[in-house]
Design a protein around this ligand. Structure first.
Ligand SMILES: [Zn+2]
Length: 98
């Protein structure tokens, strides 16, 4: 039994808000950068320092407001936002290859 077993699974909506916030933090820390042409796409910056910085910003962000999740969940979401970002924008890559 973990200490947070009482916390129910996040709803889909809460999860969407969480991943949006996590992505914003990752962008702010420059762990990922938004594509200049496609603002929905974030690209991995491949910078381990920026990744650590993102977790620090995320911790502060979490302390500021009601995120509706534990700090660990928010940090996980930030890690996920960084890990799921591509090395290059897939849309730009497609146009370039065509
Ligand atoms: Zn693009």
């Amino acid at each position: 039994m973990g200490w947070n077993d009482h916390i129910p699974d996040l709803s889909g909506e809460a999860e969407a808000v969480l991943s949006g916030e996590a992505e914003a933090v990752a962008v702010k820390a420059k762990a990922v950068v938004r594509c200049e042409l496609h603002e929905d796409i974030v690209i991995d910056n491949g910078d381990p320092d920026a990744r650590s910085y993102a977790f620090a910003i995320g911790t502060n962000r979490w302390k500021q407001g009601d995120m509706g999740c534990t700090r660990e969940e928010f940090i996980d979401a930030i890690a996920e936002a960084i890990d799921q970002s591509a090395d290059e924008c897939p849309i730009c890559a497609k146009y370039r290859d065509d």
